[in-house]
Design a protein around this ligand. Structure first.
Ligand code: DC
Length: 211
């Protein structure tokens, strides 16, 4: 069983994906983390994330341990991730790892939940269930602000909102696998829902597809 969850930043994808993975006993892959690891490595090397050659070289050499690096969750890394993810060579280099994870989930699991921007459209077009999770930009910026503050990071709403808009625009307008719902994705607006309500709705969608 493969569940594909796509959507913009801070829409609630990760929380939902983790809960679904536990519920159905599936492996979970946060694909954003892979792009973040590439973005961070490019920054750490003093290179420009928009430099296609440098970013692609980092993506090709990425190791599993790079996903455990500190600082992958900062907004600086998120912007770098968004930039490297627009480079077609970076996406191509990371595609096989993601598809392998779905085809051969670790720990003997019988399937996987993947979340990202292009799971339903490109990585797992044949997924059993596809959800496109979104929320208004303002709600997502509020959530992101709270998350950063809870982690003790300094953040102000206006800046978080601006960063979010910039990243949304870049992720949606790029030529290579832009953020867009798959034609057969179920759209879930989480603006007025809490995590329990989102989970309940997702379960409804998935079980109606299984029937
Ligand atoms: O989900 P996230 O915010 O951690 O993702 C960081 C960036 O990585 C996001 O702005 C775009 C990119 N990304 C992508 O292009 N494709 C994916 N499947 C996942 C993330």
């Amino acid at each position: 069983m493969i569940i594909a969850i796509d959507g913009p930043a801070a829409a609630g994808k990760g929380t939902l994906a983790r809960r679904l993975a536990v519920h159905f006993d599936l492996a979970y892959l946060d694909t954003g983390l892979i792009y973040r690891a590439v973005g961070k490595k490019v920054l750490d090397a003093g290179a420009d994330p928009e430099d296609a050659e440098a970013s692609e070289a980092v993506a090709r050499a990425l190791q599993a341990t790079d996903l455990e690096t500190q600082g992958l969750r900062t907004d600086e890394t998120a912007q770098a991730a968004s930039k490297v993810s627009a480079v077609p060579g970076v996406r191509a280099a990371l595609l096989e790892f993601q598809r392998d994870f779905a085809a051969y989930p670790p720990d003997g699991k019988k399937g996987a939940v993947l979340d990202g921007r292009d799971i339903g459209t490109v990585v797992c077009p044949d997924a059993d269930a596809k959800l496109f999770v979104s929320a208004s930009t303002e709600v997502r910026a509020e959530r992101r602000l709270k998350e950063l503050q809870e982690r003790g990071l300094e953040a102000i709403y206006a800046r978080v909102l601006e960063d979010m808009k910039e990243r949304d625009a870049r992720d949606s307008s790029r030529a290579a696998s832009p953020l867009e719902p798959a034609k057969d994705a179920h759209q879930l607006d989480t603006s007025t829902l809490d995590a329990d309500q989102v989970f309940a709705k997702a379960l409804e969608v998935i079980s109606s597809r299984e029937a």
